[in-house]
Design a protein around this ligand. Sequence first.
Ligand SMILES: [Zn+2]
Length: 166
Amino acid sequence: MAIHYPYECAEEKDLIQIPLAYCRNQRHFYCHRDTLPAFISLCDAAKIVDIHLVVISGFRDLAFQTELYEDAQRRHGVESASLWVAPSGHSEHHTGYALDLADKNHPETDDEPGFESTPAAAWLLANAPSHGFELSFPKDNLQGVGYEPWHWRFCGTPTARKRFHN
Ligand SMILES: [Zn+2]
C-alpha cells in the first residue's frame, strides 16, 4: 500500500514560471522560486556534457492533481492508482519543489520506466544531489510508491528540506 504524505500548496507569490527553453514542447510550467536557480544550474552543468534536461511537470494545484488521480484510477484501477499518482493534497508537486524531468532527446521515455536507461537519468543520479535535488521515489522506497526515476525534489534550502524531512 503506497503512502502519500499531505502537502500544502505553494503560495502564488512564491511561484515562478520556468523559462520555456527548459520545458518539453515549450509548455508552461511553474515551480517555487527557490527551486528555479538550482534547476537552471543543474541544466547548465548537464549541457556541458551534452545532456539536455527538460521539465515535463512542475507545480500542480489541487484541481489538476484531482484530474490526474481520477485518470490514474481509470487506467490502473481504484486500488492501485495511488501506487502511481498521489491523491489531491498529497503530491510533492503541490510544494513547487518537485520537478519531473526528461531527456530532451528521448521524449518516448517521458514519464515511463524506460527513462531509467537514458543518459539524462544516469547523469542525474550522479550529479543532481550536489545541486540540492534528491530522488523522491527510488526503487523499493519506504513509502511504497512506484519507482519514479524522473521525479526529483529540491531540498537545497532549510525551508525546502523541512518540507520533506521532519
Ligand atoms: Zn512527479
